[in-house]
Design a protein around this ligand. Sequence first.
Ligand SMILES: NC(=O)c1ccc[n+]([C@@H]2O[C@H](COP(=O)([O-])OP(=O)(O)OC[C@H]3O[C@@H](n4cnc5c(N)ncnc54)[C@H](OP(=O)(O)O)[C@@H]3O)[C@@H](O)[C@H]2O)c1
Length: 264
Amino acid sequence: MIVVTGATGNIGRPLVRALTAAGEDVTAVSRKAANLPAGVQHQVVEPSALDLTGADALFLLLPGGRTDAEVFVAKARAAGVRRIVLVSSQGVGTGRHPAAAEEAVKASGLEWSILRPGGFQSNTLGWSQSVKEQRTVEAPFGEIALPQIHPADIAEVAAVALREPEYAGTTWLLTGPEPVSPREQTALIAAALGEPVRFVELTRESARERFLRFMPEQVADSTLDILGSPTQAEQTVSGDVERVLGRPARGYADWLSEYLDVFR
Ligand SMILES: NC(=O)c1ccc[n+]([C@@H]2O[C@H](COP(=O)([O-])OP(=O)(O)OC[C@H]3O[C@@H](n4cnc5c(N)ncnc54)[C@H](OP(=O)(O)O)[C@@H]3O)[C@@H](O)[C@H]2O)c1
């Protein structure tokens, strides 16, 4: 049985679907009720209260800037879990984010795989209200292009890592197929809607104020550092999605075609 934490989230939802479609026995963990595929068990608990009895593999997503993977590692070892797949971030590799969660998973003695995604295409869901109501996007660093990833691509790579033992000990860098800037994303939204959408560039300070409404200070600052002053590595497209899945990563226009209704 495979346990999926963050099961109501951007990665968790498509991951539960992918594992179920592959015939796996899945237990989803979330605090909120969720509309899950038939046959999926559901633990409605705080993430750290999850029960891993009977689990073979754990998909571990630490939400809200948490880094305490050791809590989950200890539970996994006690329950006889064989394999952990951790959602980390590209920022660990580029020195922006703490490596503690990766270190805890690597030291677990269990089979592990680590996913290091760059920024998510779904972060632009945060623009939906202003696009809907004012046909406006407000974001910082309008011209800086990064290769954001479709969360469902992360989910598909996670499903491979959870199911196939040959990938134990692998760290994957997961990006989209091309760098896209906020101004270009705005133009793609406008084209898809068939209506003009204005781009208003926020200062770093006003973007920070907004980020602090839903993320801890350290995460807000490191996110702004990446968005505003990315390293060469953070701007570079990785081939890992294509290597694992045998097809190119999905671009922003693909993501947008699935989520366009939230901007209408
Ligand atoms: N967004 C990015 O650009 C980016 C880039 C690199 C790495 N990451 C990493 O990717 C992960 C986020 O993935 P995601 O987008 O799939 O997650 P998500 O959709 O933001 O959240 C997944 C689930 O976690 C639960 N959750 C959210 N905040 C929580 C909190 N404060 N405490 C406990 N549970 C909470 C929610 O479910 P319930 O409320 O139902 O429990 C939510 O559906 C994080 O580990 C992040 O560090 C993100």
